[in-house]
Design a protein around this ligand. Structure first.
Ligand code: XUL
Ligand code: CO
Length: 439
């Protein structure tokens, strides 16, 4: 039985199409900057918002209509849900999906029962992957919903919770490996604090690092070769999360000798919560060789919390793709729609409109970014802006040939600095507009 009757596989119809169930920009086989759009974008649909999201918010009950779901916590219902999920992935032509262990399978009365439930649903996921060709971008363990994680997981003050979390990640790594997952994500849901009055921050960070080292060791022991990713987020649900932004994550990884084993999964709405742009977070990760994957969504500046909306803004997608292309692409990562439809968009059809809109926005962003880079439209101005470093005193500073004494001598002789040039921000913004108009 079809979960989405009357909807066919979404096809590319081109920018002139007014069919809301067609792609206007995402043309999977179209080659842009040497690779197909499918290969560049590696779209992924998330299980949690799309198949477990109820539409509830802190003030109101769920609204989503899910005809394929009997509303129970049974394993059988979870298996049916998995089949419906793959129908959506296929109809969207999404090559990947991502899950938390507890999204796909219900938590049992004991850890052993939870493991069994997970295995039972993983069997169906495996069958569906083989049938459809849709692959697992990443797996992750939900270590923030259950009350046992109230003080965190690896950073909990309760050592038993660390042990429980370790067991959960061990199992999730095994299943992710079994399903051919290309990455494994850690988002520190409650790995942070609400008040420093009750927190030994040093001890918690040491424990978090120990946890990651154990995960790496275990992954090696079972032959899981996927990329480990940390997903930065500054707050929500805790007031401060240790993985607060790209710079904080990289500092943590470097301090605890974990840098070689991790990259980052950068999420747009998390960047905004950290007071950064998506572009900043991506560039910071990229310049340190740590850009692994992205969670594609957007926030609402008037609401200010993690609204996880679908990204439709061409500036956001252009900027995102500019930085991703600049750093050589996403590797084993992907464009993962960690996004949910609004509470008021409660019909199954809305899941299609939302993903199609997001995929099209990214496909257009890719084309715009590729054209800007190909014509070096921004790069030329950046190169000119730093030209004083290419020769003369600038080159000597970069080469480490001079110190303060030589620089003082240089400036005493010269008397005053060479004239500054305009930053040309408005021109650059207009250039980006021109490429968006043209794509
Ligand atoms: C929460 C968030 C998570 C992670 C996976 O803000 O983004 O869904 O992506 O745990
Ligand atoms: Co996310």
């Amino acid at each position: 039985m079809s979960a989405f009757p009357g909807i066919d596989v979404i096809q590319y119809e081109g920018p002139e199409s007014d069919n809301p169930l067609a792609f206007r920009w995402y043309n999977p086989d179209e080659v842009v900057a040497g690779r197909s759009m499918r290969e560049h974008l590696r779209f992924s649909v998330v299980y949690w918002h799309t198949f477990r999201g109820t539409g509830s918010d802190p003030f109101g009950a769920g609204t989503m209509i899910c005809p394929w779901d009997d509303g129970s916590d049974s394993v059988e219902n979870a298996c049916n849900r998995a089949r419906a999920a793959f129908e959506l992935f296929e109809k969207l032509q999404a090559p990947y999906y991502a899950f938390h262990d507890r999204d796909v399978a219900p938590e049992g009365g004991t850890l052993a029962e939870s493991h069994r439930n997970f295995d039972a649903v993983a069997k169906v996921l495996q069958e569906e992957q083989q049938r459809s060709g849709v692959k697992l971008l990443w797996g992750t363990a939900n270590m923030f919903s259950h009350p046992r994680f109230m003080h965190g997981a690896a950073t909990s003050c309760n050592a038993d919770v660390f042990a429980y979390a370790a067991s959960q990640v061990k199992k999730c790594l095994e299943v992710t490996k079994e399903l051919g997952g290309e990455n494994y994500v850690f988002w520190g849901g409650r790995e942070g604090y609400q008040t420093l009055y009750n927190t030994n921050m040093r001890r918690e960070l040491d424990h978090l690092a120990k946890f990651f080292h154990m995960a790496i060791d275990y992954a090696k022991s079972i032959g899981f070769s996927g990329q480990f990713l940390i997903e930065p987020k500054p707050k929500e649900p805790t007031k401060h999360q240790y993985d607060s932004d790209a710079a904080a994550c990289l500092n943590f990884l470097r301090s605890y000798d974990l840098l070689d084993s991790f990259k980052l999964n950068i999420e747009a709405n998390h960047a905004t919560l950290a007071g950064h742009t998506m572009m900043h977070e991506l560039d910071y990760a990229g310049m340190q060789g740590a850009l692994g994957s992205i969670d594609a969504n957007t926030g609402d500046l008037l609401l200010g919390w993690d609204t996880d909306q679908f990204p439709t803004d061409y500036y956001l997608t252009t900027q995102t793709m500019l930085v991703i292309l600049k750093h050589g692409g996403l590797g084993s990562g992907g464009v993962n729609f960690d996004a949910k439809v609004r509470r008021e968009s409660f019909e199954p059809l809305d899941l299609f409109y939302a993903h199609i809109g997001g995929m099209d926005a990214f496909a257009k962003g890719l084309k715009v970014a590729a054209a800007i880079l190909e014509e070096n439209a921004l790069g030329r101005l950046v190169e000119e802006r730093y030209a004083s470093w290419d020769s003369g005193i600038g080159a000597k500073i970069e080469a480490g040939e001079v110190g303060f004494a030589e620089l003082e001598q240089y400036m005493l002789e010269k008397g005053e600095v060479a004239a500054n040039a305009s930053g040309r921000q408005e021109l650059l913004e207009a250039i980006v507009n021109r490429y968006i108009d043209r794509a």
